[in-house]
Design a protein around this ligand. Sequence first.
Ligand SMILES: C[S@@+](CC[C@H](N)C(=O)[O-])C[C@H]1O[C@@H](n2cnc3c(N)ncnc32)[C@H](O)[C@@H]1O
Length: 277
Amino acid sequence: MDREKIDLTPVQKTMLATLYARALDSRAPHSVLGDHTADQAVGSVDYDWRKTGTQAPWDAAMLALRARQLDRWTAEFLATHPQATVLHLACGLDTRVHRLLPSSSVRWLDVDYPEVIGLRRRLLPHPGGDYRMLGASVTDEGWLEEIPADRPTVAVFEGLTMYLHEEEGRRLIQRICGRFAGGQLLFDCFSTRLVRLSRRFWWAGGRLREVARSWHWGIDDPRALAGWHAGLEYLDDLYVVDQPDVDELPAAARLGLRLGARLPGGRDSGRVLRYRF
Ligand SMILES: C[S@@+](CC[C@H](N)C(=O)[O-])C[C@H]1O[C@@H](n2cnc3c(N)ncnc32)[C@H](O)[C@@H]1O
């Protein structure tokens, strides 16, 4: 079978870095996620994976840990809401639905740009159950109204907020909270410091510099977002390097993460957030 060629924008291509990180993690002796479907997808794409810049064991481990925490929170929500809707936004080639294998009473939607969804359809197996893919920009009006608003809804978005402008993020959150009667928002963010610093990645390789130019929105005070919609409530947040699972990582990954966390702004550069609405 011919391997897929990649013809995507720089922002769309960022999902190759997270996919590759999960594939590398799946090959590690102490894999965090065990995401072998990610590794199969990597094998089906004709791409120079070195270009993703993801090679160090701590890169793969950190991205896998972030994904695992969002998996956990999603699974917790589904355990208490077995007839829920999952909006998995900016899904890229993430196999969250394959990792969680929700029961058929769960309605699951994977949303990303149409070009990414096209690739997803060709590369990843259909997980079965009540599953749909939707090709749209999450900042477009309209796509959300296609989704029935009859169930508790969890919106999970990993690696998205930094590519939005704050106003777009605020509008997205308000639209989700306004459309569905109740549920949760689970997502990750960068600090404003990291986003600001990224403007100075002139020293970095071409791809990282290109991607960092697309980072716009950083969040320092997760509680402040609760004021964006009546009934939106901050629940918790976690710095990725503070996750208890870090202790389970092999020494090289643990050391890399811990050293990175000691750099100025290192610890608070990335975290995962949870809200109820
Ligand atoms: C860093 S990747 C993360 C992909 C996936 N969540 C993962 O963890 O592997 C960023 C993703 O956000 C998607 N994205 C960025 N802006 C978007 C928008 N406005 N609408 C839909 N998807 C968007 C990109 O296409 C890409 O798939």
